[in-house]
Design a protein around this ligand. Structure first.
Ligand code: DGY
Length: 353
């Protein structure tokens, strides 16, 4: 006896914000049952867990936490978590692998835009542009003086890149145009190239006029620029971080700046973002330029990030390889990964797919 075929329900996809730039979420909504978080504030972990329950795909931002509890809240059908960000320090990669969930991110599309902000911070900090703008706004623009707001030149200065991925290389290209010499440190890739020469970490700190951080936040890199490292740097040097807060020890940085042990610094990223206290000591330090994590913030780049995240979801839900899985992970849901159960124990490395 043949009955009317029952249409398969459309896969469900959760999106952790509403109003993301570009057409990609609308395209997802044409294919899947999409639920976007409508709140004005970002969802709490519990709210995100409720949103993702029963979904096969989840699109999140870099500031969202994707941990074992969230993956379990989603249930066993979850196949892909697509970050609209390059950084993935908010994701428990092992827990995702143990559950066979593909995690993807958005490299490349934001490299040039973020490197622009790194270069801007170098110029703002080294040329004291932030401090001079602040003085102007306080009505302190006096008669022209030859010694007012003197900064340090970037031409002829040596830029030291910590990490040598896409953003660092994009910054190296910009720095060359500004007449800077470029050197880099990467723990494993020890080659020179046409843009930059490889140096040891200590040599980079000792010999660079500008040190710029471009490494992911991991247990190994957390606090990697602290008091001893700042002490190795030249007192005329500038430190810039567009990577992640937590790589630079903020208290040590403030102490170095206040004590004249470092010329200046520029931060686009901080620990515990967002920082909303106007009396935050970081905001009051005249030799420090701070920005509210705007490295990739152009309309085109943010839309490209959402587009790439959406393409990753489409690929996995179509049974194809995700275009940009996290480094060292698989682009397809792993076969035989530990399937979620109601009595899951904490996943271990040996469970990783
Ligand atoms: C990134 O892509 O990692 C940016 O910091 C935005 O999250």
């Amino acid at each position: 006896m043949s009955g009317t075929p029952v249409p398969r329900p459309r896969p469900r996809v959760a999106v952790s914000r509403t109003g993301l730039p570009g057409p990609a979420v609308r395209r997802l909504a044409a294919r899947y049952d999409v639920t976007a978080w409508e709140g004005t504030a970002p969802p709490t972990s519990a709210e995100l867990g409720t949103l993702v329950r029963g979904c096969e795909g989840l699109l999140v931002l870099g500031s969202d936490r994707v941990d074992a509890a969230l993956l379990d809240a989603a249930g066993p059908g979850l196949r892909v978590v697509a970050l609209a960000s390059m950084g993935y320090d908010g994701v428990d990669v092992e827990a995702a692998a143990a559950r066979g969930v593909v995690v993807t991110h958005t490299p490349e599309v934001l490299a040039d835009t973020t490197a622009d902000v790194s270069m801007a911070l170098i110029l703002m900090a080294r040329r004291r542009l932030g401090a001079s703008m602040d003085a102007l706004r306080r009505g302190e623009w006096g008669a022209f003086r030859m010694d007012a707001f003197l900064g340090l030149d970037v031409q002829g200065a040596t830029l030291g890149l910590i990490g040598y991925g896409q953003i660092a290389k994009a910054l190296a290209r910009r720095a060359a145009g500004f007449g800077m010499r470029v050197q880099h440190h990467h723990p494993r890739r020890k080659e020179d190239d046409e843009l930059s020469r490889w140096v040891t970490f200590d040599e980079l700190l000792r010999t660079s006029d500008v040190v710029s951080v471009h490494t992911p936040l991991t247990p190994e890199t957390a606090g990697m620029i602290g008091t001893p490292e700042l002490a190795l740097m030249k007192p005329t040097a500038t430190l810039v971080n567009t990577g992640r807060g937590g790589i630079v020890d903020e208290d040590a940085l403030l102490t170095a700046l206040r004590g004249g042990k470092l010329h200046s610094a520029g931060l686009d990223v901080m620990v515990d973002e967002p920082r909303t206290d106007p009396s935050d000591p970081l905001f009051a330090e005249p030799h420090l330029v701070v920005l509210p994590h705007v490295g990739s913030a152009t309309e085109a780049t943010r839309a490209a990030m959402v587009e790439l995240a959406a393409r990753n979801i489409e690929a996995v839900l179509d049974g194809e390889e995700a275009p940009t899985p996290l480094p060292g992970t698989r682009g397809r849901p792993a076969q035989g990964a530990t399937q979620p159960t109601t009595n899951r124990t904490t996943p271990t490395a040996s469970q990783s797919g």
